[in-house]
Design a binder for this molecule. Structure first.
Ligand code: NCD
Ligand code: ZN
Length: 345
């Protein structure tokens, strides 16, 4: 018997589209299935002002393939020079939907991130006043903190104090990778948490056992199996705190398969197929729509998508191993086992 599931068209609440040739190559991979996405601002140089965000939005819109309907939800990159009035204006104009906090040095293109949180306090206070969410890359960068502990330490040392100092600030804990992240998100008010596709599938063994696998390396790095299980339980629970943010982050193979490879997994192409299988395996297909299509808009105060997509279970699904770009190929995330779900519109 064929099994099918029909969902409101999903959104991606954390996506890297890059710019130029890379943008043109990867955008169709997202617009094929997704209606909207929160667009990460970590370009070089980063998207820091309302004017930068408007120009980037126009470049994205110009690259949307013919016949696709896609709304980029823009964000600003918080720096120590961010002007609260510019942020408030871009929000009032409906241009931006969040501000992104990268601790300086935490991940790809984060050199302009925040070092001294006291300096950005006025911006955070204004955001709390106007209801504009702060999306947080939750890792400390101190060299004495083990990379596998950086998320848990960030929650205690940075996130919890920051939220206490700025009452009412809406925060998205981005791409959580630990049970600590799950527990904190559940316990607190005004918090949403995104979970990626790949963190539901891989643990740190997948990166390191039997040879190093650069295409499984991303930040925050995948943790122990017990953490992956906690993420699966959270994503499939239907709890409105948790929603999909793929963190699909394209890098060319040349930049991944090298002595110092970039962080990022590219999952735009096969996220929905993989998620259908994950939710099916966990007996939670009836909660897939909450994770991909309902909880995110509710958190961001946006309407639900009216359009629908249908997923069907059948033979092993296929997709290209790589997406060709003018800069070189980008490898699509390999879930490491056959996926039996297909997306048919
Ligand atoms: C992201 C990128 O490549 O821009 N990489 C990643 O591993 N997730 C940056 C980020 O979101 O941390
Ligand atoms: Zn990201």
């Amino acid at each position: 018997m064929t099994q099918t599931v029909t969902l409101r068209r999903p959104d991606d609440w954390h996506l890297h589209l890059r710019d130029g040739a890379m943008l043109r190559a990867v955008l169709p991979e997202t617009t094929r299935h997704f209606a909207r996405a929160i667009i990460m601002p970590n370009l070089v140089p980063p998207v820091v002002t309302g004017a930068d965000a408007a120009a980037y939005r126009d470049r994205i819109t110009a690259a949307v393939p013919e016949g696709a309907a896609f709304e980029p939800l823009m964000t600003l990159y918080l720096t120590e020079a961010t002007d609260a009035d510019d942020v408030a204006r871009a929000h009032a104009d409906g241009l931006i939907h969040a501000v992104k906090l990268y601790p300086a040095g935490a991940t790809t293109n984060s050199a302009s991130g925040v070092r001294d949180f006291d300096i950005v306090r006025p911006v955070l206070e204004r955001m709390a006043e106007i209801g504009l969410p702060l999306c947080v890359h939750g890792e400390v960068t101190d060299s004495d903190i083990d990379i596998f502990d950086r998320e848990a330490v960030f929650i205690d040392r940075v996130l919890d104090p920051l939220r206490r100092d700025t009452p009412g600030l809406k925060v998205v804990m981005e791409h959580i990778t630990t049970s600590n992240g799950v527990d904190y998100a559940k316990s607190a008010e005004n918090i949403g948490a995104t979970i990626t596709t790949h963190h539901l599938v891989i643990n740190r063994n997948h990166i390191l056992v039997g040879g190093i696998k650069p295409h499984y390396y991303c930040l925050p790095v995948a943790k122990r199996e017990e953490h992956r299980r906690a993420l699966r339980a959270a994503a499939t629970s239907g709890d409105a705190t948790f929603f999909l943010g793929t963190d699909s982050a394209p890098h060319t193979d040349a930049n991944k398969e090298t002595a110092c490879g970039c962080a990022g997994c590219f999952t735009a192409t096969n996220t929905m197929q993989i998620l259908a299988q994950v939710f099916d395996e966990d007996g939670a297909l009836d909660r897939l729509e909450a994770f991909t299509s309902l909880n995110g808009p509710a958190f961001y105060g946006l309407p639900l998508n009216e359009d629908r997509i249908t997923l069907t279970k059948g033979n092993a699904a296929t997709w290209p191993d790589k997406i060709d770009t003018e800069d070189g190929p980008v490898t699509v995330f390999d879930p490491g086992r056959p996926i039996h779900w297909h997306v048919s519109d």
